[in-house]
Design a protein around this ligand. Structure first.
Ligand code: SF4
Length: 727
């Protein structure tokens, strides 16, 4: 049987594995790892290996546009023109009557760069509001802010190759063995090749990642800053720091030093619930290493002190000078497949395209001139949780939700439900009929899925790769970029008549010219089939070293970095030890160590932390369709320590009610000594099953956010637990 063969990219996590998709004569797809891809070299994790099932099974797909004429009338099938004209008319009416900030877009880190770009151009340039946020707000917005504060730019310094040569890897607040499996296999391979490589993991749970560690720092939730400050103190006290690097290339060290010396190591150990000796062993391992990588993700980002937690880890690289050289660097892992691409085009309510600064009038002028749009507002837009609160209060009238499922993923999700039920107009652009938001929609726009559309994504190491269209979308579903452009045109805006995603990419690349993320040398032809590039890669003859604007770095500061460009871009940043701050120096910060999202008390004595499991992705709209993936862990659960279970009279598999000041969850108990006493863990994936939403972890989480990043805290809320008794 003959088959067509396509090279594309996995659409799940930020590792960004290359996938070969084969389509047989009947149109059925199969997926396998691309052996030529530099990220995964032919490997795929369980989710990637089963990608094709999510496209082959179309039983849950939205096939036609639908709308209802008022909140009381039923949903009915309509033409694309009717759905788009109605949406455009309602949005225009609200904008004219209440101003541009009366409408919002809530999109997804799974959007492709071209989709992100056009959405931002529409909302920020033409509608004139910054009310566009994505679910990346829930994922990595703390890392964005921390990189800017420490390095002057939201730039991941290193690359996966560094893993191969590091001899100390410290993972804090991440479980890559389950959530970034192919990258973790690379860490395991590095460990197998170099038995002296020391793996350190900080996590309140003994995860699969922690079980492979040489040192597992099983800290209390929320105490990462105290831990990292204590490690820094030991390094400083022992003289195991890079004095020359600190002196020549950083600023703020004395302030940082004063803070980390406010607690003794013993005091910090008591706060964290780890031993003094383990803190000292960690510091000794870092001191002895020639290559030191720090890695993190949601465990640090999703916190009321997410930015400071990030900075506490980045600071360990800075005091030891382990940045900008092979085998070293701070390395935030992105959860979403294209969170990085979204950041490139300014895909959050607080960002501007091409890593320009929303607060900088010259940067706003550059972008609006390039777009030929009206003035870009200087006021940051509503973040994801703020949007739903604004819908509830009536300040926000309409929201367009694209490729995300906020009624499972937002914190304190019942508040989000109240917001949607009060919304005057809700548009849902979706692939599947499953997401809970559809029940609130006034207009439903059916979208193409992975392998049914083309575009680009950028992975955790700044690697841009293409996704190819392998098969047609079912029914009348359209590629997201096409829906966005048709709606923008229906609203009467010029500048959205692209013929292909390639044209959109070229426009985006042109806007990055001369910035620190210059991709003017990248286009679809270069990426070809299976080709990848790490940004920046300026066009031949372009000056990569030119400043981004008044707030940008000096040309002189960046010139040496230009030498690192190769035909595949820039694997490693800051090799010249010049950073993107105005002074060219990396910055230390004062890092107070309290990071509790809520206070526990007699009524709510447990700390709840939420997270992901190996074989499910986010709210399960794709992975939940795959029988093999559902077999791994078929239902939700709560993890609790045997001592806590004994005290509550709970046995394995008992039904447990976990309650907070917001709501409750009823799931089966998993009694395990892999979790700390006094801490409970709930997976975040499950939403409504039949008519019950009692599996939904975010019934109980709290909508409290980091004041610097707006990222919600999913890792620390106060809950009670008891054996469930049917009413
Ligand atoms: Fe896809 Fe991530 Fe698995 Fe790679 S590691 S196959 S990108 S889910």
């Amino acid at each position: 049987m003959t088959t067509d063969v396509y090279k594309t990219t996995c659409c799940y996590c930020g590792v960004g594995c290359g996938v070969i998709v084969r389509k047989d004569k009947q149109g059925a797809l199969t997926a396998e790892g691309d052996p030529d891809h530099p990220v995964n070299r032919g490997q795929l994790c369980s989710k990637g290996m089963n990608l094709h099932h999510t496209v082959n099974d179309r039983s849950d797909r939205l096939l036609y546009p639908q709308m209802r004429y008022n909140k009381q009338s039923p949903m009915q099938r309509v033409s694309w023109d009717a759905a788009l004209e109605r949406t455009a008319a309602v949005f225009r009416t609200f904008i004219d009557k209440y101003g541009p900030d009366s409408v919002a877009i809530y999109a997804s880190g799974q959007c492709l760069t071209e989709e992100y770009y056009t959405l931002n151009k529409l909302m920020k340039g033409f509608i004139g509001s910054n009310n566009i946020d994505t679910n990346s707000r829930l994922c990595m917005s703390s890392a964005v802010v921390a990189y800017k504060m420490a390095l002057g730019e939201d730039s991941v310094p290193g690359c996966y190759e560094d893993v191969d040569t590091a001899d100390c890897i410290y993972v804090d607040g991440a479980n890559p063995a389950w959530c970034h499996p192919i990258l973790w296999r690379r860490v395991e391979a590095a460990k197998a090749a170099n038995p002296d490589l020391v793996l350190i993991v900080a996590d309140p749970r003994r995860t699969d990642t922690a079980t492979t560690a040489d040192i597992h720092l099983q800290l209390r939730p929320g105490t990462d800053i105290a831990l990292n400050n204590a490690i820094a103190r030991v390094l400083i006290e022992n003289g195991d720091i890079d004095i020359d690097f600190i002196h020549d290339h950083t600023e703020g060290f004395e302030t940082y030093r004063a803070r980390v010396f406010q607690r003794t190591v013993a005091e910090a150990a008591a706060i964290c619930g780890v031993s003094v000796e383990d803190i000292r062993r960690t510091a000794r391992s870092i001191a002895a290493s020639k290559g030191f990588i720090t890695m993190w993700t949601m465990g640090l980002n999703q916190s009321v002190a997410g930015v400071h937690k990030n900075l506490s880890l980045i600071s360990l690289n800075l005091i030891t000078g382990h940045i900008g050289k092979p085998g070293s660097g701070p390395f935030s892992l992105t959860g979403q497949p294209n969170a990085m691409g979204g950041r490139e085009v300014g895909g959050l309510a607080t960002l501007l395209a091409a890593h320009r600064d929303l607060k900088n009038p010259a940067h706003r002028l550059e972008v609006q001139t390039y777009w030929g749009s009206g003035p870009i507002s200087a006021t940051p837009g509503l973040t994801a949780p703020e949007m739903f609160a604004a819908l509830e209060s009536g300040r926000l009238k309409a929201v367009w939700i694209i490729g995300t499922n906020p009624l499972v993923s937002l914190p304190d999700v019942r508040a989000a439900e109240r917001g949607l039920s009060k919304a005057r107009f809700v548009v849902v652009q979706e692939v599947s009929r499953k997401p809970e938001t559809l029940a609130y929609a006034d207009v439903v726009l059916p979208a193409a899925a992975w392998a049914e559309k083309e575009g680009t994504m950028t992975n955790s190491e700044r690697r841009i790769s293409r996704l190819h269209k392998v098969t047609d979308a079912p029914g009348e579903a359209l590629a997201d970029w096409e829906i966005i452009c048709r709606l923008a045109t229906a609203m009467g805006f010029p500048g959205f008549s692209y013929k292909s995603p390639s044209e959109i990419y070229d426009e985006h690349a042109g806007l990055t010219k001369g910035t620190n993320i210059d991709v003017s040398g990248v286009n679809y032809a270069l990426l070809g089939s299976g080709g990848t590039v790490q940004w920046p890669l300026p066009a031949a003859g372009a000056s990569a070293a030119s400043p981004a604007g008044p707030g940008g770095p000096s040309t002189a500061a960046l010139t040496p970095r230009g030498a690192a460009f190769g035909p595949a871009g820039t694997p490693r940043l800051f090799t010249d030890r010049h950073f993107y701050t105005p002074s060219g120096r990396a910055r230390f910060h004062d890092l107070p160590d309290d990071a509790r999202g809520e206070t526990t008390d007699g009524d709510y004595p447990f700390i709840l932390t939420t997270g992901r499991i190996r074989d499910q992705w986010h709210t399960m709209s794709k992975t939940g369709k795959v029988r093999k993936l559902n077999q791994h862990i078929p239902r939700s659960f709560v993890e609790m320590h045997p001592d806590d279970a004994r005290r509550l009279g709970v046995a394995e598999d008992d039904l447990i009610c976990v309650s907070s000041r917001r709501g409750e969850v009823v799931v089966r108990a998993r009694v395990t000594d892999s979790i700390r006493r006094g801490v409970l863990f709930l997976p975040m994936h499950w939403g409504k099953i039949l008519q019950s939403d009692l599996n939904r972890a975010n019934n109980v989480t709290k909508n409290v956010v980091d004041p610097l990043s707006g990222e919600p805290d999913f890792k620390y809320c106060a809950v009670a637990a008891e054996k469930y008794v049917k009413p």
